[in-house]
Design a protein. Structure first.
Length: 59
């Protein structure tokens, strides 16, 4: 798995606090939709619906 990740340039998801547990509390259809969008982000593809957080600044 690590070799595949290194070759594919897939970015790691770092879950903070209870974020993973919170996501897992949603229905499966929501988890699949979120997972698909996160997968796109991991490969540098823009998600379908997003807005910048102007309060946070550049990432």
């Amino acid at each position: 798995m690590l070799l595949t990740r290194a070759l594919s340039n897939e970015k790691e998801i770092r879950w903070v606090g209870s974020s993973l547990e919170d996501l897992l509390a949603f229905p499966i259809t929501v988890r699949k939709a979120v997972g698909y969008q996160l997968h796109k982000i991991q490969y540098g593809i823009e998600p379908d619906d997003w807005k910048p957080f102007s309060e946070i600044g550049a990432g």
